[in-house]
Design a binder for this molecule. Structure first.
Ligand code: MN
Length: 214
């Protein structure tokens, strides 16, 4: 994910874990290719550029630690790191949150946790879809783990701000920036979200949950 050279860590665009057309027909290949090679690449490059302007003490920290402690970043780079560091991390989660022929019900301990917090999987799905569809402008809908409350929660975040900036652990994210769906769905964000459920990779979410639950 990054190389440690003699100056600083440089983050690299992680490869997609599948082909650009793997999520067809729900998410089209052209959208995936532009999203990965242009948008995610740009967040990665701009994160590196912002970190170059920070002290070596900050450069040596992992991006997860940086996002969880943004108050330690100098004011002149804080906005850039919030945006581009969030964009870098959000997208590498997002790609792995999806797979060809995904969807269905979660099963496993994540389904139990979802039922405990939301009543049932279908109630969770309804809430996630409806609130995420109404995010104003650009942002993300997230299923997160809240370590303080020891439970999973829904959280919408603006722009590229990571849930980690609020002490929450991202498990499942739905990118509702127009670049994530506009070529195929134009203004119909709810249709994109509805299709997106068909590619959700629940084993990835279960695996992320297994690493953080207490
Ligand atoms: Mn995006």
């Amino acid at each position: 994910m990054y190389v440690l050279d003699d100056v600083m860590r440089k983050y690299e665009l992680p490869p997609l874990p599948y082909a650009y057309d793997a999520l067809e027909p729900h998410i089209d290949a052209r959208t995936m290719e532009i999203h990965h090679t242009k948008h995610h690449q740009t967040y990665t490059d701009k994160l590196n550029a912002a970190l170059e302007k920070c002290s070596s003490e900050i450069q040596e920290k992992d991006i997860l630690e940086i996002l969880a402690n943004l108050d330690q970043i100098p004011a002149d780079q804080k906005g850039a790191i919030n945006f581009n560091g969030g964009g870098f991390d959000n997208h590498r989660i997002f790609w792995n949150n999806m797979k060809s022929k995904g969807g269905g019900e979660p099963g496993g301990s994540i389904e139990d946790a979802i039922a405990k917090s939301f009543g049932s999987f279908s109630e969770f799905k309804e809430k996630f879809s409806s609130v995420t569809a109404l995010i104003q402008g650009s942002g993300w809908g997230w299923l997160v783990y809240n370590p303080s409350a020891k439970k999973v929660e829904y959280k919408s975040m603006p722009n590229q701000t990571s849930p980690r900036t609020e002490g929450l652990i991202p498990l499942l994210g739905c990118d509702v920036w127009e670049h994530a769906y506009y070529l195929k769905y134009q203004n119909k964000r709810p249709d994109y979200i509805s299709a997106w459920w068909n590619v959700v990779n629940w084993s990835d979410i279960e695996s992320r949950f297994g690493k953080v639950k207490q």
